[in-house]
Design a protein around this ligand. Structure first.
Ligand SMILES: [Zn+2]
Ligand SMILES: [Zn+2]
Length: 100
Protein backbone atom coordinates (compact mmCIF):
# COMPACT_ATOMS: atom_id res chain seq x y z
CA UNK A 1 0.00 0.00 0.00
CA UNK A 2 1.25 3.47 -0.79
CA UNK A 3 -1.04 6.28 0.26
CA UNK A 4 -0.70 9.79 -1.03
CA UNK A 5 -2.81 12.85 -0.37
CA UNK A 6 -4.89 13.75 -3.43
CA UNK A 7 -3.85 17.38 -2.85
CA UNK A 8 -0.17 16.42 -2.58
CA UNK A 9 0.06 18.48 0.59
CA UNK A 10 2.95 16.37 1.83
CA UNK A 11 1.04 14.93 4.74
CA UNK A 12 1.98 11.39 5.57
CA UNK A 13 -0.62 10.48 8.14
CA UNK A 14 -3.88 9.02 6.97
CA UNK A 15 -7.03 7.75 8.56
CA UNK A 16 -8.69 4.70 7.15
CA UNK A 17 -12.37 5.31 6.60
CA UNK A 18 -13.45 2.02 5.25
CA UNK A 19 -12.95 -0.49 8.01
CA UNK A 20 -15.57 -1.33 10.56
CA UNK A 21 -14.10 -3.52 13.19
CA UNK A 22 -16.39 -6.14 14.62
CA UNK A 23 -15.96 -7.27 18.19
CA UNK A 24 -17.70 -9.89 20.26
CA UNK A 25 -19.34 -9.41 23.68
CA UNK A 26 -16.00 -9.33 25.47
CA UNK A 27 -14.57 -6.84 23.04
CA UNK A 28 -12.45 -9.41 21.26
CA UNK A 29 -11.57 -8.47 17.72
CA UNK A 30 -13.46 -10.64 15.27
CA UNK A 31 -12.91 -9.17 11.87
CA UNK A 32 -13.27 -5.99 9.95
CA UNK A 33 -15.23 -5.43 6.81
CA UNK A 34 -15.03 -2.87 4.09
CA UNK A 35 -17.98 -0.53 4.17
CA UNK A 36 -16.63 2.23 1.95
CA UNK A 37 -13.26 2.58 0.30
CA UNK A 38 -11.14 5.55 1.18
CA UNK A 39 -8.59 7.24 3.33
CA UNK A 40 -8.35 10.77 4.61
CA UNK A 41 -5.20 12.82 4.76
CA UNK A 42 -4.86 13.91 8.39
CA UNK A 43 -2.79 16.92 7.37
CA UNK A 44 -5.31 18.73 5.15
CA UNK A 45 -8.40 16.54 5.29
CA UNK A 46 -8.41 15.69 1.59
CA UNK A 47 -9.11 12.19 0.34
CA UNK A 48 -5.99 10.08 -0.04
CA UNK A 49 -5.26 7.65 -2.83
CA UNK A 50 -3.66 4.26 -2.57
CA UNK A 51 -1.09 4.44 -5.35
CA UNK A 52 -0.03 0.86 -4.82
CA UNK A 53 -3.41 -0.56 -5.74
CA UNK A 54 -3.48 1.03 -9.19
CA UNK A 55 -0.12 -0.05 -10.63
CA UNK A 56 -0.65 -3.49 -9.17
CA UNK A 57 -3.80 -3.99 -11.19
CA UNK A 58 -2.15 -2.60 -14.31
CA UNK A 59 1.07 -4.58 -13.90
CA UNK A 60 -0.78 -7.87 -13.92
CA UNK A 61 -1.78 -7.37 -17.53
CA UNK A 62 1.58 -6.00 -18.58
CA UNK A 63 3.56 -8.79 -17.01
CA UNK A 64 1.50 -11.36 -18.81
CA UNK A 65 2.18 -9.76 -22.16
CA UNK A 66 5.89 -9.10 -21.76
CA UNK A 67 6.46 -12.52 -20.26
CA UNK A 68 4.96 -14.20 -23.28
CA UNK A 69 6.65 -12.04 -25.90
CA UNK A 70 10.24 -12.76 -26.87
CA UNK A 71 12.17 -9.76 -28.08
CA UNK A 72 14.62 -9.61 -30.92
CA UNK A 73 17.89 -8.12 -29.75
CA UNK A 74 21.33 -7.90 -31.19
CA UNK A 75 23.73 -9.59 -28.79
CA UNK A 76 26.69 -7.21 -28.25
CA UNK A 77 29.03 -10.11 -27.53
CA UNK A 78 28.51 -12.53 -30.40
CA UNK A 79 26.74 -9.99 -32.61
CA UNK A 80 23.92 -12.37 -33.38
CA UNK A 81 20.29 -11.42 -33.67
CA UNK A 82 18.56 -13.50 -31.01
CA UNK A 83 15.03 -13.84 -29.73
CA UNK A 84 14.96 -13.76 -25.94
CA UNK A 85 12.43 -13.29 -23.19
CA UNK A 86 13.10 -10.39 -20.82
CA UNK A 87 15.75 -11.40 -18.28
CA UNK A 88 17.14 -14.23 -20.36
CA UNK A 89 20.69 -14.65 -21.57
CA UNK A 90 21.86 -14.86 -25.12
CA UNK A 91 21.05 -18.41 -26.25
CA UNK A 92 24.05 -18.29 -28.55
CA UNK A 93 26.90 -17.27 -26.24
CA UNK A 94 25.26 -16.99 -22.81
CA UNK A 95 25.97 -13.29 -22.39
CA UNK A 96 23.64 -11.32 -20.17
CA UNK A 97 21.38 -9.20 -22.30
CA UNK A 98 19.60 -6.07 -21.17
CA UNK A 99 16.15 -6.53 -22.59
CA UNK A 100 13.77 -3.78 -21.60
ZN1 LIG B 1 -3.26 16.38 2.45
ZN1 LIG C 1 25.49 -13.72 -27.77
Amino acid sequence: MWLVCSQRCGGNLFRALFAEVEVDASGEYQRHRVVQPGYLCLNCGSPAIDLAAVPEAMNEDEEDETAMTPLDVLCPICETMVSVFPGEECPNCGAALEVV
